[in-house]
Design a protein around this ligand. Sequence first.
Ligand code: NAD
Length: 371
Amino acid sequence: MKVAVVAETRPGERRVALVPELVGRLTDAGLDVAVEPGAGAAAGLPDDSYRAVGATVAADAVAGARALLSVRPVQARRVAELAPNAVTVSFLPTGRELDLVRALRDAGHTAFAMELVPRISRAQAMDALSSQAFVAGYRAALVAAERLPRFLPMSMTASGTIRPAAVFVIGAGVAGLQAIATTRRLGAVVRAYDVRAAAAEEVRSLGAEFVHLELPTLEGAGGYARKMTEERSRSQRALLAPHVAASDVLITTAAVPGRPAPMLVTAPMVAAMKPGSVVVDLAAEWGGNVEGAKPGEEITVGETLVWGGRDVPSQLPAQASQLYSANVVNLLLLMCADGELAPDFADEIIAACCVTHAGEVRHAPTRVLLG
Ligand code: NAD
């Protein structure tokens, strides 16, 4: 049974859905792996590194494949190249990919969306949102450190003492915690804020200070924050302002599942930061936590540099691909028996992340969107 790995085509996408290191896990399970030429090139993985571990590299890798692995959703026209009743595994933001969802449904394929993998302990090894957020958080810290025209650590030298930089992280989920850990390792004094009270312990365990704002806690199902009302957001911004102004670096990672990112830092708040300060907005692609931040661009607001994240995990493509591949392989093997793919919909992981199957859209919110 052929499993195909796509060469990503979206501009800025440098990851690959399967790294050579993990090909063996699929071949050991009785699957044949076919890779499109150049699929791993942008991640530093030449075609020969796939051939060396038993994969085929061919321009027609997708033709007749029973499973299709990609990072981004494939183009709808490619669906026809697959074998009947094939399985696709990729990120699949269904609200933005309705034509593709229709094509997958009408072709009878079983499509899985990595962003729908449930956030439960058993699914952690398949959690691509977390693995890619981990990469993005690390990258955010390095971007800030590199652009800041001053030291991060405190340094005592014969010529004088350098005070440590002050870093403020808003949003202490997976990306935020990694940004905290990395800036701490670089010696900065780090403070962090999240609407989830549960984040405080994790922040402190990394040696950072948790900033508590006097707002009623909002905790949604599963511990995720719910969208705040505009009035609450206004008071939140007012309370955040002095912490932002006191920081040399601001890293924002706040997100609300299924909604645009909350706008937490206004342009006047950024302009009030010290000259030379740096803001890294990891949420810029999803609407932004920082007013004016533009995905993929660096702008200045007052005398502060504002870096808007875009395709951030792709900026460290080797490790982002390695972690994403492990997520995809673990999900694929969960539905693999005797060299065949047989998804068991009684399994809550399979049921949660399946978008289409047997000519139907199984994901209820997407069904509503399709009307
Ligand atoms: P995310 O990317 O959706 O959001 C990032 C953070 O932004 C979250 O911590 C959220 O609380 C915070 N946020 C939202 N609105 C905010 C606001 N107005 N002000 C400040 N912060 C705001 O989250 P994520 O990183 O994917 O995950 C968040 C949490 O989910 C984790 O810390 C963890 O507790 C849980 N989680 C569980 C599992 C698992 O059990 N398998 C896996 C991943 C995450």
